[in-house]
Ligand binder design. Structure first.
Ligand SMILES: Nc1ncnc2c1ncn2[C@@H]1O[C@H](COP(=O)(O)OP(=O)(O)O)[C@@H](O)[C@H]1O
Ligand SMILES: [Mg+2]
Length: 422
């Protein structure tokens, strides 16, 4: 039989199988009732949007576990599609049996009537047998291969996600006593412009440090270096006297907490938004919510710790900007971190409220080292020291009182803003 004819005849059937495999795959990943949740969980790990929090709070294992659980659940739906596939296959098989059966009897009766020879009948039988079995194998193999390729493609995309980070082994002992920057300069990867120039200062345990300066002066970049999201291009950051790069990054981040201007608003439960999968219990979450000024939230009868903070999911709710602000602070309060970084989480609210939040936060957490960034100066009086940045250079590092006396630029900036919050 002509080989190309076999292949051509096989195409519609193959396409049908491909479609079914594709459908099975898509049902599994994109069409099930858990699809949006699965999609969201994988985006948490792979998207840039929440990357800072996900790395900082080491949410990977918990999110992966959750994904696997949901995935197993979703598999059940796929089995239904597989059943459908079985019916289609059985139908095709039945058709083959009927057609070849009919053909056989036609041949047999033609042979018995002496119209054709017995040799032609034998050839017909062997052709039918070999063609249908090879067709079946071909269709089955190629559609299974296609199914596997879809997974391989997904896996490849996952594999490409790498952190090329130099990790150390040193562990932080009891406490972070000092973080010291010596001649630190920094240029972003893929950029030619140096944004921090020869930075020198140190932070001691329990100090409250405000980093102030105009937009674009390098405040956020400095925080990213302190948290080791990037390494300095020149100079060194020391922790308790050793290079920060020599420390185990996970151990270091276990001792940190942070809230950023673009803090994550996870489409997860209220409990998970505060705990971000760190150890703890309901009472600890409730107390963090209370300390962040969200005690009224749980008084609403429609809201409990399992309520999802997104209307995209069943029984979910939508919080206001101010409420999210406090969730982010509750996340910080919940942690037992030694060092807290706040990078303008309050930028979206007015200077007066910002002042209140910082006053509360800085005076309540006496033992903690807190480094907070603001381009507004309403909260600087609660800081022990102020790092005043201008165009990536340190223009002053001292108390607010002292800087007002000795630093003209700082004094001018403060006086200019004064009306906004007094
Ligand atoms: N990812 C980046 N790649 C290249 N340049 C960046 C990046 N992020 C910030 N910058 C640049 O670094 C400088 C300092 O920015 P940033 O630290 O965000 O300032 P601030 O927080 O004080 O407003 C700016 O000139 C900004 O454009
Ligand atoms: Mg910034």
């Amino acid at each position: 039989m002509d080989r190309s004819l076999t292949t051509t005849g096989n195409v519609p059937q193959s396409l049908n199988y491909y479609r079914i495999q594709q459908q099975a795959f898509e049902t599994m990943v994109t069409r099930s009732k858990n699809a949006r949740k699965l999609d969201y969980l994988s985006s948490l790990l792979l998207d840039r949007k929440d990357a800072k929090e996900v790395r900082l709070f080491n949410m990977f294992p918990a999110v992966i576990n959750r994904y696997i659980e949901l995935f197993k659940d979703t598999r059940k739906n796929v089995d239904q599609v597989r059943m459908k596939q079985m019916y289609v296959s059985s139908f095709s098989l039945g058709l083959v049996v009927i057609v070849s059966g009919y053909g056989f009897f036609w041949f047999a009766s033609s042979v018995s009537r002496g119209l054709i020879g017995a040799g032609a009948l034998l050839m017909f039988i062997s052709v039918i047998a070999s063609v249908s079995s090879s067709l079946a194998t071909l269709v089955e193999d190629s559609s299974l291969l296609y199914d596997s390729l879809l997974w391989v493609e997904k896996y490849n995309r996952f594999e490409k996600y790498h952190d090329n980070f130099q990790n150390g082994t040193q562990k932080i002992g009891d406490s972070i006593k000092q973080i010291k920057l010596s001649h630190v300069s920094f240029t972003y990867p893929f950029s030619n412009e140096e944004v921090l120039h020869d930075i020198n200062f140190s932070i001691s345990r329990g100090e409250k440090i405000a980093i102030v300066g105009e937009n674009g002066s390098g405040k956020s970049t400095l925080i990213k270096l302190l948290m080791r999201f990037y390494d300095p291009s020149k100079g060194e950051i020391d922790l308790n006297g050793s290079d920060l790069k020599d420390y185990d990054i996970k151990n270091y981040r276990d001792n940190l907490s942070a809230t950023f201007q673009d803090y994550s608003k996870f489409k997860l439960s209220l409990f998970e938004n505060v705990s971000v999968f760190r150890r703890g219990n309901n009472d600890k979450v409730k107390s963090a919510l209370n300390n962040a000024g969200l005690e009224s939230l749980l008084k609403d009868k429609d809201i409990d710790l399992n309520t999802i903070l997104s209307k995209e999911f069943a029984h979910g709710i939508e919080l206001s900007g101010g409420q999210w602000q406090k969730i982010a602070l509750a996340r910080d309060i919940y942690s037992n971190a030694q060092v807290e970084f706040l990078d303008e989480p309050t930028a979206a609210i007015d200077a007066k409220s910002e002042n209140e939040i910082y006053k509360h936060f800085l005076t309540k957490n006496k033992g903690k080292t807190i480094v907070f960034v603001t381009h507004r100066l309403s909260a600087v009086k609660y800081a022990d020291k102020i790092l005043f940045l201008q165009n990536g250079k340190v223009q002053g590092f001292d108390s607010h009182k002292r800087l007002m006396q000795i630093n003209t630029d700082y004094r001018n900036m403060y006086n200019l803003q004064k009306e906004a919050y007094i």
